[in-house]
Design a protein around this ligand. Structure first.
Ligand code: COA
Length: 189
């Protein structure tokens, strides 16, 4: 896929993204609220190989993208969407994930990227509802989804299978008719 927002290009990952992707996958601050971490460049390479492969499968169900600063060409993060697991399919046709290199936090980039991604999904796919989740302990991610005009629809408590620790999460959702009724100018992208 290829999508342009005011400041960003969102495009399919490629091998030139390896170093930038490894920079945040190997940063424990970036990965503290997701299962995204790579301990070695080889692990990141394997993850990237999987993304590039899945992006080529037709019909297209998986989209793993680089977030690129339009004015410099630098890859600053990742955003992806795809079909949710069966147990969560009632919440939407599509869910997503994202992460940004730390030095680019707090400048509205992910709110802009997610707003653009939602526009791309509703204008180019058959999806009627999109949802996303974040830990309660990660308010920046909740704010990103609010900026993208998503509504909080659930507070979820789940036990982590590996540790038994209870994780509190928030679930956000946006439906196509609500997205269509947004007034021009309400969107960041
Ligand atoms: C979450 C993340 C993607 C946000 O990206 P970003 O580009 O910095 O986000 P934005 O600048 O678009 O918006 C962040 C918002 O959160 C707010 N915020 C940041 N830290 C916060 C905190 N500790 N408490 C409350 N709000 C916070 C910001 O003020 C901003 O809101 P505002 O525009 O109303 O002021 C980024 O921090 C990241 O990559 N984190 C690690 C990966 C991750 O957590 N991914 C999501 C897993 S669910």
């Amino acid at each position: 896929m290829q999508y342009q927002t005011k400041r960003l290009q969102i495009r399919d990952l490629n091998w030139d993204d390896l170093t930038a992707i490894h920079a945040f996958r190997s940063d424990p601050i970036v990965t503290q609220y997701n299962d995204f971490e790579s301990h070695t460049l080889a692990e990141t390479r394997a993850w990237l190989a999987g993304c590039i492969h899945h992006n080529t499968i037709e019909p297209r169900t998986s989209h793993n993208c680089a977030i690129v600063l339009a004015h410099t060409g630098a890859t600053i993060g990742w955003i992806g969407f795809g079909s949710p697991s069966e147990s969560k399919a009632e919440w939407g046709d599509v869910d997503f994930g994202y992460a940004l290199r730390q030095q680019f936090w707090g400048q509205g980039y992910m709110s802009e990227a997610l707003t653009g991604l939602i526009t791309f999904i509703f204008t180019t796919t058959a999806a009627q509802a999109i949802f996303g989740e974040c830990e309660v302990a990660n308010p920046a991610s909740a704010r990103v989804m609010q900026h993208a005009r998503m509504q909080q629809v659930a507070h979820v408590s789940e036990s982590d299978e590996a540790t038994g620790k209870v994780i509190e999460s928030l679930r956000f959702q946006i439906k196509k008719p609500d997205w269509q009724s947004l007034k021009p100018g309400q969107s960041h992208a």
